[in-house]
Design a protein around this ligand. Structure first.
Ligand code: NAD
Length: 329
């Protein structure tokens, strides 16, 4: 067993050493990024299309932001297409992949398919309403009962499941999978989880569960992938807090309590490394202030626990009220 652990540890990615070949292998490739109109998705789409002969489909629910980004990037000479999508709706997902393929055919006059998928669509959640109600009031139906929100679970888990399934079936040209591996185009999926997917986040149950769910999906897709002899590489990015529109309202509080925010450039860098480096498969990157770290989210790394313990002990991710649930006295 020790040799298995050692072998898995040896696969860890050193993000401190940049990979020129990863940048080069993005050239000529096509990306589809959900949640692509804002934050991480926007940064990844912009960095990807900065390489020659690349194309990107920006998929997002926010039509105004998506159209504005499409225009900005086109004015900068990039080949991009915005498609409005709600990732929780299968018909909307089907329309996304049809529109993406139609645009690629019309634009490139050839059988160009999607090479790389990044799933960034996400929202934060509301605190659960756990205020107890008098049984009498409930039994006599004097109060209106309402379900807790599960929007984050819907978007991050169902949305990622729908996106990846549709990409592999319809979008990535995988019917050519039996071709010689040396001539086959490299294909990858990069999924966005969060540090909340490795720990907990107070008053964000829906969000926390959704990010653990993305990790579960990542892990099971690795196995499914192997069972199907699929050539697609799967990796995961799990950032700590980063200033984006998602966290905008939290930032003043986070800064007040001394949280060191991670940099969006390091999230973008980790995603681009996963997209471009053909040798990386099955790895998860944590992103803290100071850069990306391979979390060892496998048997070799104790499924991320060693890296998490190190991060918490070295105060990189200090936030006791968020991370530590006290025992009952
Ligand atoms: N910012 C952080 O601190 C942080 C940390 C860890 C993980 N994450 C995760 O990274 C991902 C991107 O976050 P961000 O900070 O860039 O947020 P963001 O709000 O800037 O971008 C998220 C995008 O997802 C889109 N979206 C939401 N619901 C959608 C739906 N149903 N269908 C299609 N698009 C939808 C939004 O319109 C938005 O453009 C999210 O999954 C988030 O949970 C963020």
């Amino acid at each position: 067993m020790d040799s298995v652990r050692e072998a898995q540890r040896a696969l860890a990615v050193n993000f401190k050493v940049p990979s020129k070949s990863a940048t080069e292998s993005i050239q000529g490739k096509t990306l589809l990024v959900t949640g692509g109109a804002s934050g991480f998705g926007e940064a990844i789409a912009a960095a990807f299309t900065n390489q020659p002969d690349t194309a990107a489909i920006i998929a997002d629910r926010d039509a105004a932001r998506g159209a504005a980004l499409e225009q900005t990037l086109r004015e900068a000479g990039r080949s991009v297409k915005f498609v409005q999508v709600d990732v929780t709706d299968w018909d909307s997902i089907t329309n996304l992949f049809r529109s993406a393929l139609v645009w690629l055919r019309e634009t490139y006059k050839q059988d160009r398919t999607l090479d790389h998928i990044v799933t960034c669509a996400g929202v934060t959640s509301e605190a659960l309403d756990l205020a107890p109600v008098q049984p009498d009031e409930f039994v006599n139906q004097k109060i209106e009962s309402k379900p807790p929100t599960s929007r984050s679970i819907d978007i991050s888990i169902t949305g990622s499941l729908y996106t990846v399934t549709a990409a592999m079936r319809y979008g990535m040209g995988l019917h050519k999978a039996e071709e010689d591996a040396s001539t086959r185009s490299d294909k990858s999926v990069t999924m966005l989880s969060s540090m909340a997917g490795y720990s907990g986040m107070r008053l964000q149950s829906d969000y926390t569960a959704s990010k653990w769910g993305v990790r579960g999906l990542f892990r099971s897709l690795l196995d499914d992938n192997e069972a199907n002899s699929s050539p697609v590489r799967f990796n995961l990015v799990a950032p700590y807090f980063v200033a984006t529109p998602l966290t905008e309202s939290w930032i003043p509080y986070l800064q007040k309590i001394g949280i060191k925010l991670a940099d969006i450039g390091d999230v973008e860098g980790a995603a681009l490394r996963f997209i471009g480096d053909k040798s990386i498969h099955g790895r998860a990157a944590g992103v803290w202030k100071g850069g990306a770290v391979d979390l060892g989210d496998d048997f070799g790394g104790g499924f991320g626990s060693d890296a998490m313990a190190e991060g918490i002990e070295s105060d990189t991710i200090r936030q006791p009220t968020v991370w530590i649930t006290k025992g009952r006295e």
